[in-house]
Design a protein around this ligand. Structure first.
Ligand code: ADP
Ligand code: MG
Length: 395
């Protein structure tokens, strides 16, 4: 959907103690604990996850926190500090996605996915506070799910490992919420580490943490949230997945992960023009992830600008998932000193990232704001992110 998104999360989040106090006011007793999980920025590797390929996201310093208290009955009561939707009440025996209001489908989906695994989830009271921007492509939905599953994993004593929690949250999104997402977002949120990007092989879920810190290299990672909501419900995401499946089938591979850059020329003769471009994006993007990992290790963040640029061009021209706002953000950032920039996330809106020298940060911000204003676009939100810790208990 291309509708402007008026909603923003509060600039100054409440402290953990304030959150516990708010929980007590609402639910009449203190929570059993508070857990947090971050949103994520994907450094590179877009639409490669469901092609069993490589991604390189990092957990960001914006998090969803949930204060949770176990109940003696089977009621589930859910409240967010954001918006004024009030307490949503349902029952463990009656988890219904269609009846779930707004964000409540995420915690309910996690409960449901745990139940599918034979885990007995108790009734609970839950208060959510998140400063992950909504619908910006920073995965505010997985931040909620990962905070909730971290809490419930501990409170139920289920003892799931990170791989199982990744699959459970994927099942929650795919089969309860109805969003056909892969495993990248929750892997970053659950397995991220301060000062690192998460190099994830989506075929076998193996993870290697890759040191990634912009600031020591004299850089800053800017996120430019275009304020245009992406939506997985729209046909664009589904049709890209379908094109990838068709491409893999025609080329006789299990997934596009199995096609090499050197095999593209031959593939072009076998595929229709549009499917070929979709395939070329995925195949070259996988290769760019591998190159980025190598360059980060060998030369540091200052060396990956050209790969970020090439990733954007591939998404814009071959995969066709960019938007005028994203292209303007990327082009303006590059013209004003960013060393590399690309749209990040699933596309059709959301955010761009711009790896920017510290000395050029203000110029990039001002130039992007001016360019958006002149184009008649909604004013963007521009902020810095740093690679932060993954999900954890904080109280
Ligand atoms: P993304 O995950 O990229 O941010 P989604 O469309 O998957 O985008 O998820 C955004 C949705 O998550 C919003 O529409 C809203 O329902 C929900 N959401 C996220 N954060 C909050 C919050 N703090 N309070 C209430 N709802 C939230
Ligand atoms: Mg989401």
């Amino acid at each position: 959907s291309a509708a402007p998104r008026p909603l923003t999360t509060p600039a100054v989040p409440p402290t953990t103690a304030e959150l516990a106090g708010r929980f007590e006011n609402e639910f009449g007793r203190l929570p059993d604990g508070v857990w947090q999980a971050p949103g994520r920025v994907n450094l590179i590797g877009e639409h490669t996850d469901y092609n069993e390929g490589f991604v390189l996201p990092f957990a960001i310093d914006k998090t969803a926190r949930v204060a949770v208290g176990v109940r003696a009955d089977s009621s589930v009561r859910l409240l967010s500090t954001y918006g004024d939707q009030g307490v949503f009440t349902t029952d463990l025996g009656n988890l219904d996605a269609a009846a779930a209001k707004g964000w409540t489908k995420y915690p309910l989906g996690v409960i449901w996915a745990l139940q599918q695994r034979g885990i007995t989830v108790p009734g609970l009271d839950l208060l959510l506070d998140s400063n992950v921007p909504l619908g910006a492509g920073l995965s505010s939905s997985h931040a909620i799910e990962c905070a909730v599953i971290s809490a419930l994993n501990e409170l139920t004593g289920a003892g799931l490992g990170p791989e199982e929690m990744v699959l459970a949250t994927q099942q929650a999104e795919n089969d309860f919420v109805g969003a056909p997402t892969g495993i990248m977002d929750q892997s970053a949120s659950l397995r991220g580490s301060k000062g690192h990007a998460v190099f994830l092989d989506c075929r076998d879920q193996s993870v290697r943490l890759v040191p990634f810190e912009a600031e020591p290299a004299g850089l800053v990672m800017l996120v430019i949230d275009t304020k245009v909501s992406h939506s997985h419900a729209d046909g664009g995401y589904a049709s890209r997945r379908a094109a990838c499946e068709l491409g893999a089938e025609v080329l006789g591979v299990k997934a596009l992960r199995d096609v090499k850059v050197g095999e593209l020329e031959e593939a072009s003769g076998l595929l229709d023009e549009v499917t070929f471009r979709r395939v070329r994006h995925v195949v070259t993007e996988n290769d760019r992830v591998l190159q980025t990992v190598e360059l980060l290790a060998a030369e540091g963040p200052g060396s990956i600008g050209a790969l970020l640029d090439a990733s954007h061009v591939s998404m814009r021209d071959d995969f066709e998932i960019s938007s005028p706002e994203l292209d303007l953000a990327v082009d303006t950032a590059r013209a004003n000193g960013a060393i590399g920039a690309r749209m990040t996330g699933g596309g059709f809106g959301g955010a761009a990232i711009a790896l920017t020298p510290l000395g050029a940060e203000q110029q990039v911000r001002t130039a992007v704001e001016r360019a958006f204003s002149e184009a008649g676009f909604t004013a963007p939100d521009i902020f810095t992110v740093t690679p932060a810790a993954g999900a954890m208990r904080i109280s």
